[in-house]
Design a protein around this ligand. Structure first.
Ligand code: TXA
Ligand code: MG
Length: 339
């Protein structure tokens, strides 16, 4: 199959909508990462998402809608869920709610719940409206690879497998949406994202974080969000995270580990890059938000540069730091050193 990567003009969005309504797959930008869309109500179309990504069958997809009204036919919306939609939609918050029968089992991997979100991106919204159906979309990467934050990342992974990628430039947030279960009395974060525990608690009164968010799952342990149990975000090089408030210690540890390796690269805060002159160093910005935005692209760059040892400075887990560290820790297979 020939894969077109086209600018997200009105005309090309209409083409994307038509392809989706015909059961085909379309790569498209959202505010978080690029998605690989299909008609969420078409079982065969949804199955082809799993095939294109090499995605394990037990990992449910998020269904994207263009507004709150479009969620009601798909799932049972409680007053709390509606309050959260009013506060955070359109935006990077996926709500897991009990599903209705219109959603095929393939879309939610046999679960009786479905994750629904309304993305805050003009191209995504226009595409969903053009398709006139809810759009199931995982991140548009090959399963196990870092999520795509640029159209060219989608092309690298999906070339020859899908007919169309809409290029809407770089994603603003850079890490995937917060996945929040609202099936119980207290909302529970299954995957952290830009919408934080504090943000949700301010609206819902309370909010918990699933304890699997910052630790590896045990063998045979059931994942509250099935996506968490699979190998994720992994670059090809071996990655280690160095944590700690004492910057001098962080710098000397990073230097020592760098010098032990032939083909290493340091990823650290912008303010520290000057300490590594003569060594290969990448900036991860000055805030967790900066890091969220560039992390996946940086991991793909490491692969492109064939870096075999990635030494990355971590953040503490407050605010958006939790989402960044959740992704970084998985990319590093939880190899985290406290300086
Ligand atoms: O920002 C995002 O959420 C992006 C863009 C494209 O919208 N999408 C995305 O989809 O990250 P994906 O498939 O890569 O991740 C979906 C996550 C998985 O960890 C999955 O297990 C979880 O959401 N999930 C989906 N439906 C669920 C459900 N019914 N119950 C629990 N977890 C669910
Ligand atoms: Mg994904």
């Amino acid at each position: 199959m020939n894969t077109l990567c086209l600018p997200a003009t009105e005309e090309n969005i209409r083409l994307g909508g038509r392809l989706l309504s015909e059961g085909q797959l379309v790569g498209f930008p959202t505010e978080t990462v690029y998605g690989l869309g299909a008609n969420a109500l078409d079982e065969a179309a949804v199955r082809s998402i799993f095939a294109a990504k090499g995605r394990p069958q037990d990992n449910p997809l998020i269904v994207h809608v263009a507004g709150k009204e479009d969620a009601f036919p798909l799932c049972h919306v409680t007053p709390l869920a509606e309050k959260l939609m009013d506060a955070f939609w359109p935006g990077p918050l996926t709500l897991v709610m009990p599903k209705k029968d219109v959603i095929p089992h393939a879309t939610c991997a046999g679960l009786d719940s479905v994750g629904v979100r309304c993305p805050d991106h003009p191209v995504a919204l226009a595409l969903i409206r053009a398709a006139k159906v809810p759009v199931a979309a995982p991140s548009a990467n090959t399963s196990g690879k870092p999520s795509p934050t640029r159209a060219k990342h989608v092309f690298e992974d999906m070339q020859g497998k899908i007919p169309l990628i809409l290029d809407g430039g770089d994603c603003m947030v850079g890490v995937e949406s917060t996945v929040l279960s609202v099936t119980g009395d207290i909302p529970v974060i299954l995957r952290p994202g830009k919408v934080t525990q504090q943000d949700i608690a301010a609206v819902a009164g309370d909010c918990k974080v699933a304890d699997s968010v910052m630790r590896p799952l045990q063998e045979n342990e059931a994942a509250p969000s099935p996506g968490m149990k699979h190998r994720h975000y992994a670059p090809e090089g071996k990655m280690t995270i160095v944590q700690g408030a004492d910057e001098e210690k962080v710098v000397s540890l990073l230097k020592a580990m760098y010098d032990e390796n032939e083909n290493a690269c340091i990823l650290c805060r912008k303010s520290l890059t000057a300490h590594f002159e003569g060594r290969r160093v990448f900036s991860i910005g000055d805030t967790p938000e900066d890091t969220a935005k560039i992390l996946f692209a940086a991991l793909r760059d490491m692969d492109e540069m064939k870096v075999s040892r990635i030494l990355c400075q971590g953040w503490d887990t407050g605010g958006v730091g939790l989402a960044v560290m959740n992704r970084m820790a998985r990319a590093a297979a939880f190899d985290i050193i406290e300086a």
